[in-house]
Write a protein that binds this ligand. Sequence first.
Ligand code: 13P
Length: 317
Amino acid sequence: MINTTFVLKFSKESLLEKLVHDILTLKEAQNACILAHNYQPGDIQDIADFVGDSLELSNIVTHLPNPTIVFCGVSFMAETAKILSPEKTILLPEPTALCDLAESIHKEDLQQLKKQYPHASVVCYVNSSIETKALSDYCCTSANALKIVESIPADTIIFIPDQGLGSWIQEKSHKEIILYPGSCPIHFLLDPHEISRTWEHYPKAALITHPEANKAVRDMSTYVGGTGGMIQYAGETSFDTYLVATDIGMIHRLSKEYPTKRFILAAEKIECKDMKSISLQKIHYSLLHNYSPIEVDPSVAIAAKRAIQNMMDIQQK
Ligand code: 13P
């Protein structure tokens, strides 16, 4: 009798191997590079050339010799890569992979705020559209938001669009920070009670939280920082267990980085569906059919690039 479970399992594994082999062959033939954000599914992280946070991926793009980049992340990330390297083909394997936070502000909202606070500088979280960046003075990521705010000459800062990250900066800076009510639904709606219940099961664990989270969750955390900061923190500290209050993709990233430590999601569902809408099949299709190249309006891109470059200049200091 044929063991169908074995046959099914065997054929599934060999199909997956073939898919990965085909992706790597296409990638090599096109001299392409695969970049993946820390929130990407584990199988994508495993085949990517670089896995990192928003800041690391933005930095890497400009240093890569490859003419084609498959960007496994959400659209604002691929768009930022295109702004920084307009001569490259930037492929986003799933063009509908958006970011609710980036969609939460429109250029008219920012124009209104700028009118209201004419002497303020605008710091725009990279989770934003190209049009919003183009109207901003500086970009920032979660890794450098405080450094950017503290380094710029203005005393009043319009911080858009994330009220989670913005209010975290507000707590740390003496400057006047004008917030915009945008938020990441995944982080901002985290339930501190649910996290407490998880923590009861692992009382000796550290709780590491993304600054996009609400204040109650940030305040109870052992560490607050972007995904790159979390990786560093887990490497520098000696907890056995870390409760992770950010997207589930980080469980794969952290567990791979530190296989002797335990990483547990702090609440049941912390998952960005858009980040998970990329798949190996879509990466294969993307390389095969040059799908879907990011296009930006060059005149808007010049203004947006200025804000990103202003961030990079401060970052390098
Ligand atoms: P990082 O700045 O850590 O890459 O986080 C980006 C993000 O989109 C968080 O929701």
